[in-house]
Design a protein around this ligand. Structure first.
Ligand code: NAD
Length: 263
C-alpha cells in the first residue's frame, strides 16, 4: 500500500526510546522528515543518529519537556523552522507514576495533567496554524488501554488519558472541515523501559524475577505475547498516512486482545 508519507513533516513527542522512538522510526522509514523530543539531550541525539543511519531520513532532535508550555512552543517552532511545514503530530510523553488515590498530592496531579493532558492541548494549539497551512494533517495521541478499562493502581494515568479521549473526539469534529484527522492509539502491555520499571517493582515485591513477571503478563493476553513498540507504531504510521484520510475521532487499542470491553 502506498502510504503517501514521503516528504511529509512529522513531530513525535517522547521519542528517545520506547513507543515514541518506534513511531519516529516507522515514519522515517516511510520517507517522513521527523522531529523528535525528550528531556535528555544526549540520549535524544543518540536516538536521532540511530534513526538517520537506519533510514537515511532527515531527523532533528529538539530537547523538550512535554510538561512545560514554553518547551512545547519551542518544539513546534523548531520543527517548522527545520522542515518548512508540519503534517503529522504524534502526542506522546512518559506515563505518570503509579499509585492509589491517597498516594498522590495536588502537585502529582498537576504534573500528570500537564504532561499527559495539557501537553496535547498545548501541542495542538501550536501546531494548528501549520497543519492548516499544509492543507490538512494528522493528530495522533498515544494514550493507553486504561481509557477502555481503567488499570488498578494507575489512577493518574486513568484520569488524565480519558481527558485526552474527550478532547480528541471534540477536536475531530471541530477540525474535520480543515482536513485534519484526530485519533487515539491505546497501547496495551508493550515491552519498553516503562513496562520493565512497573513490572520490575511488582516482581521484586512478589519475590519473582522480571522475566517471570513478564511471562505471566504475556499469558494474560489472548494473543499470548506482549506488544513490541513497533506493533503500536504500525497503527500510528497507518493513521498518519493518506489512505487513513477518512478515519477520525477513533480510539483504537493495540493490545493483543487483552481489553475485555466491547468498544
Ligand atoms: P518509555 O518510558 O519507554 O519512553 C518514554 C519516552 O518519553 C522516552 O523517550 C522519555 O525520555 C520521553 N519522555 C518522558 N517524559 C517526557 C516529558 N515530560 N517530555 C518529553 N519527553 C518525555 O515509555 P513507553 O512505554 O514508550 O510509553 C509511551 C507512552 O505510552 C506513555 O505515556 C505510557 O504511559 C503509554 N503506555 C505505555 C504502555 C506500555 O506497556 N509500555 C502501555 C500503555 C500506555
Amino acid at each position: 500500500m502506498e502510504l503517501g508519507l514521503n516528504g511529509k513533516a512529522a513531530l513525535v513527542g517522547g521519542a528517545s526510546k520506547g513507543i515514541g522512538r518506534a513511531v519516529a522510526l516507522g515514519l522515517a522509514r516511510e520517507g517522513c522528515r521527523v522531529a523528535i523530543c525528550a528531556r535528555d539531550r544526549e540520549r535524544l541525539e543518540a536516538t536521532a543518529d540511530e534513526l538517520r543511519s537506519a533510514t537515511g531520513a532527515e531527523v532533528v532532535a529538539i530537547p523538550c519537556d512535554m510538561a512545560q508550555p514554553a518547551d512545547i512552543q519551542r518544539f513546534v517552532a523548531a520543527t517548522v523552522e527545520a522542515f518548512g511545514r508540519l503534517d503529522v503530530v504524534v502526542n506522546n510523553a512518559g506515563g505518570p507514576p503509579p499509585g492509589s488515590f491517597e498516594s498522590h498530592d495536588d502537585a502529582a496531579w498537576a504534573q500528570a495533567l500537564s504532561q499527559n493532558l495539557l501537553s496535547v492541548v498545548r501541542t495542538v494549539r501550536e501546531a494548528l496554524p501549520h497543519l492548516r497551512a499544509a492543507g490538512g494533517g494528522r493528530i495522533i495521541n498515544i494514550t493507553s488501554v486504561a481509557v477502555k478499562e481503567p488499570i488498578p493502581g494507575l489512577i493518574l494515568s486513568n484520569a488524565a488519558r480519558l481527558g485526552v479521549v474527550g478532547l480528541a473526539k471534540t477536536l475531530s469534529r471541530e477540525l474535520g472541515p480543515d482536513g485534519i484527522t484526530v485519533n487515539n492509539v491505546c497501547p496495551g502491555l508493550t515491552l519498553t523501559d516503562r513496562m520493565r520499571e512497573i513490572y520490575g517493582g511488582q516482581a521484586q515485591a512478589e519475590g519473582r524475577s522480571l522475566d517471570e513477571a513478564l511471562d505471566r503478563a504475556a499469558q494474560s493476553i489472548p494473543l499470548g505475547r506482549l506488544a513490541q513498540p513497533e506493533d503500536v507504531a504500525a497503527l500510528v504510521v497507518f493513521l498518519a498516512s493518506e489512505p487513513a484520510r477518512h478515519i477520525t475521532g477513533t480510539t483504537v487499542q493495540v493490545d493483543g486482545g487483552s481489553t475485555a470491553a466491547v468498544m
